[in-house]
Design a protein around this ligand. Structure first.
Ligand code: MF3
Ligand code: CO
Length: 260
C-alpha cells in the first residue's frame, strides 16, 4: 500500500474523528485527579466516543490478545499500551492516555500526558519538553519538506534537553486505517525520506523518557515499560499537510462544543 492523499471530503471526516478525540482529551483533563481509577477514565472516553457515533478504534485491535479497551493508559514508567484497570492514580503520578476514533470510516489518533495533582520538577520538565518536541516537529510538516526532517527534529529537540526518544514505536500515516504508510521514525537524519505533499495525513507521536530509550513488554503482552524505570511521556497529534497553511492539527483540544 502506498501513501494515500486525502481529498476534501475525506479530510472532513478526519476532522470530525479528530475532534471527537480532542474532546475526549478535554474531558480527561478535568477528570484526572488522585483517587480515580484508569478504568474510570477509559469508561468516560468510551461513553463519549459512542455518544458521538464514533467507534473506539483501539478496542479489539489485533495483538497478543485483542486490545481490551478504548484507550491505552500508561502511568509513570509505563511507556505505551497500558491497559486501563483498577489502578488508582496517585498525587505525583504522570499518566499518558492514547485515544483512537473512527468516524465514518476515517481515523483520528492522539495521545497526551497529564500530571496527577502536584508533580515534581523533573516530571514537569519531561511533560513540557515532550509537548514542545511534538509542536517543534509539526513546524517541519510542510509541503516540500521531507519525512526525515520530522524524524530528526524529534530526536534533536528531545536529546538536546537531556531526554531520550523511544525507538521501538513510530509515528505513522493514518486515514482509513489507524496505521498507514509511511512509517515515520522518531529519530534520524534531516533531508532524507519521502517528500511531504498536500493531502497526506500523519500521526506524529514522540515518546520520550528521562533515562535510556530501552523498553520492555510486561507479562500482559501489551504494556511497555522503561527498562531503567524512569518516567516516560507521549504526545501525539493527527495532522493534515496543507498547501498554504502548514500542518492542520485535526485532534485539537478545543473547548468542548456540541456537534451541531
Ligand atoms: N496510538 C497508538 C498507535 O498509534 C496506539 C494503538 S495501540 C492499540 O500506535 F492496540 F491499542 F490500538
Ligand atoms: Co498513533
Amino acid at each position: 500500500m502506498a501513501i494515500t492523499l486525502k481529498n476534501k471530503s475525506e479530510l472532513q471526516k478526519m476532522r470530525r474523528a479528530g475532534r471527537i478525540v480532542g474532546d475526549c482529551h478535554c474531558l480527561l483533563r478535568e477528570a484526572i485527579r488522585p483517587g480515580i481509577t484508569t478504568a474510570a477514565l477509559d469508561k468516560l472516553v468510551h461513553t463519549y466516543i459512542t455518544q458521538q457515533n464514533g467507534i473506539p478504534s483501539f478496542l479489539g485491535y489485533p495483538g497478543p490478545t485483542p486490545y481490551p479497551a478504548a484507550t491505552c493508559i500508561s502511568v509513570n514508567e509505563e511507556v505505551v499500551h497500558g491497559i486501563p484497570g483498577s489502578r488508582l492514580l496517585q498525587e505525583g503520578d504522570i499518566v499518558s492516555v492514547d485515544i483512537g476514533v473512527i468516524w465514518q470510516g476515517y481515523h483520528g489518533d492522539s495521545a497526551w500526558s497529564y500530571p496527577v495533582g502536584a508533580i515534581d520538577l523533573k516530571a514537569r520538565q519531561l511533560l513540557e519538553t515532550t509537548e514542545q518536541t511534538l509542536y517543534h516537529a509539526l513546524t517541519f510538516a510542510q509541503v516540500g519538506g521531507r519525512l526525515g526532517d520530522i524524524s530528526h527534529s524529534i530526536q534533536h529537540f528531545a536529546e538536546s534537553h537531556g531526554l531520550s526518544v523511544v525507538r521501538k514505536y513510530t509515528s505513522h500515516g493514518i486515514g482509513k486505517s489507524l496505521h498507514e504508510e509511511p512509517e515515520i521514525r522518531n529519530y534520524g537524519r534531516a533531508g532524507r525520506g519521502v517528500r511531504l505533499r498536500e493531502g497526506m495525513t500523519l500521526a506524529i507521536e514522540p515518546i520520550v523518557t528521562q533515562g535510556s530509550h530501552a523498553v520492555r513488554e510486561c507479562d500482559d503482552g501489551w504494556t511497555a515499560v522503561t527498562v531503567d524505570g524512569t518516567l516516560a511521556a507521549h504526545f501525539e497529534h493527527t495532522i493534515a499537510i496543507t498547501e498554504d497553511n502548514g500542518p492542520e492539527v485535526l485532534t485539537r483540544q478545543d473547548k468542548l462544543s456540541t456537534h451541531e
